[in-house]
Ligand binder design. Structure first.
Ligand SMILES: C[S@@+](CC[C@H](N)C(=O)[O-])C[C@H]1O[C@@H](n2cnc3c(N)ncnc32)[C@H](O)[C@@H]1O
Length: 242
């Protein structure tokens, strides 16, 4: 999996590329991050990449030419291209999984007032990271890249994904670590019982109750399995979420 970022501010990716899990992922053969400055592709003799908006108004609009020429240069037959844009499809874990199936993804970071609308004729789509406005697409592209790399082969242990929030509509169950008692707050006894089935049922029940409490929308649209219904309604399984 390769991700290419088109940006006017490549230095914003320095920390992202050289820290923690993403740094280790990029040391693997199957994961690559390329950051390209699309200002290098402008044909303007003053290196301009933007201009004032037709119709008037505040701010500068990114011109098509540098971005389209840059896209042509970095694209190959298997590339999928997306603008980072508030108008795009909102990112969620399902979309992350779909994007991760591609061999090459290109993310174009906007800035200022955003893109000349005609840029949409040259890309496969647009991705938003939520209903708020950032100053530029760089942080959004890092979020998309991080989430994609995280589910890519070999980046983290495969079974770490299984119970994670959003993988199966549910939020994850709570975690605890040592000490057993902190400031009077104890770890649920079942977690030190060594009884794998009880622990698994307890965690599943916690996961369902937390989702019901904090994300009713996810809980209500879930198709419950027989096991989930049994665990949910089993009074004997300790439940500390109301
Ligand atoms: C200040 S924003 C432009 C906002 C635009 N004028 C509007 O109102 O929709 C500049 C750039 O930041 C990026 N951006 C801002 N918010 C974003 C979001 N929620 N998701 C993805 N990208 C975003 C986009 O690349 C955008 O072109």
């Amino acid at each position: 999996m390769k991700i290419t970022i088109l940006t006017l501010f490549p230095e914003m990716f320095d920390g992202f590329k050289t820290t923690s899990i993403i740094k280790r992922a990029l040391e693997k053969d199957n994961i690559e991050l390329e950051v390209v400055n699309f200002r290098d592709y402008t044909t303007d003799r003053h290196q301009k990449v933007d201009d004032t908006p037709y119709g008037g108004g505040n701010g500068m609009v990114l011109s098509c030419q540098p971005i389209v020429d840059c896209l042509k240069s970095v694209k190959s037959y298997n590339s999928k291209t997306y603008l980072m844009a508030p108008t795009g499809v909102c990112l969620n874990q399902k979309l992350v999984r779909q994007l991760a199936e591609n061999e090459h993804i290109i993310l174009v970071c906007g800035h200022y007032e955003g893109f000349d609308h005609r840029i949409n004729n040259y890309v496969d789509g647009a991705i938003s990271i939520g209903d708020y406005i950032l100053t530029g697409g760089e942080l959004a592209a890092q979020i998309v890249s991080d989430a994609i790399f995280r589910v890519s082969d070999g980046v983290i242990a495969e079974n770490s994904h299984l119970d994670e929030s959003f993988e199966n509509d549910f939020l994850e169950y709570p975690h605890y670590t040592k000490p057993f008692e902190y400031d009077g707050h104890k770890v649920p006894e079942v977690l030190i019982s060594g009884h794998h089935l009880n622990i698994s049922n307890y965690r599943l029940k916690q996961s369902m109750l937390i989702t019901k409490k904090y994300r009713k929308d996810l809980f209500e649209r879930h198709n419950f399995t027989k096991r989930e219904l049994k665990v949910l309604n089993d009074e004997k399984i300790f439940a500390d979420i109301d």
